[in-house]
Design a binder for this molecule. Sequence first.
Ligand SMILES: Cc1cc2nc3c(=O)[nH]c(=O)nc-3n(C[C@H](O)[C@H](O)[C@H](O)COP(=O)(O)OP(=O)(O)OC[C@H]3O[C@@H](n4cnc5c(N)ncnc54)[C@H](O)[C@@H]3O)c2cc1C
Length: 219
Amino acid sequence: MCGPRLPARIRRAYTCYRHGLAAYKVDLAVEGGVPWRAEVCRKAGTVHLGGTAEEIAEAEQAASRGRMPRRPFVLVAQQYLADPGRSAGDIHPVWAYAHVPHGYDGDATAAVLDRIEQYAPGLRDRVVGLSTRSPVQLEAYNPNYVGGDILTGANSLASLAFRPRPALDPYATGIPGVYLCSAATPPGAGVHGMCGHNAARSALRELGLTVAAPACPSP
Ligand SMILES: Cc1cc2nc3c(=O)[nH]c(=O)nc-3n(C[C@H](O)[C@H](O)[C@H](O)COP(=O)(O)OP(=O)(O)OC[C@H]3O[C@@H](n4cnc5c(N)ncnc54)[C@H](O)[C@@H]3O)c2cc1C
């Protein structure tokens, strides 16, 4: 965003930033809910469909090498179980996405439905509405999801510790008063709020203000 104002060495470092796998989003309206074979899945807010550890490794490896996995890793969420107000009578919203190659522009809908059907035979007969978003469409919706990478960067060991570039203060951009507070900074996506918290501490330090220790919630 600050293009020419960035010091050249920092701009170069950002240019080398590595993005990760993409998500292919499939949202369903399902009459009677997903007919999971396993009773526990009917009560779970989130169900991860990966199969065995070997199957997960195979699917993730294929996607990271740019090939659409035969049986992708699929995450299914049934938020309506905690918030029944999302359902219309017996029609329930079911939210899913698969891990697919970065920038994938094919149609992964059938692969996602097949994966769910594997554990919930008869799903397709209950689907009364379907909406999909490919990695390309995810990026069009939010330019931060480069190539459909909803976690804002590859989650390798090195990139988790040194994102978006190796630096003592990864929140600083080299432009006074401008800080990064996104999931592209440590501790990365999945630790909600901490990137912003750390960026704010960096800003306070630069202003010479005392940084209070974070308040710990009492047990
Ligand atoms: C379907 C889905 C499921 C997810 N599930 C989980 C989960 O279960 N757990 C988890 O931890 N994380 C999850 N995430 C990821 C999580 O949402 C992100 O890690 C987090 O939102 C990243 O926060 P951020 O502040 O870095 O960026 P964002 O929340 O992406 O915010 C960036 C903002 O900048 C705006 N923007 C981008 N480019 C420009 C520009 N050029 N000019 C002006 N504005 C711009 C965007 O519109 C957006 O509002 C999920 C994401 C998606 C899409």
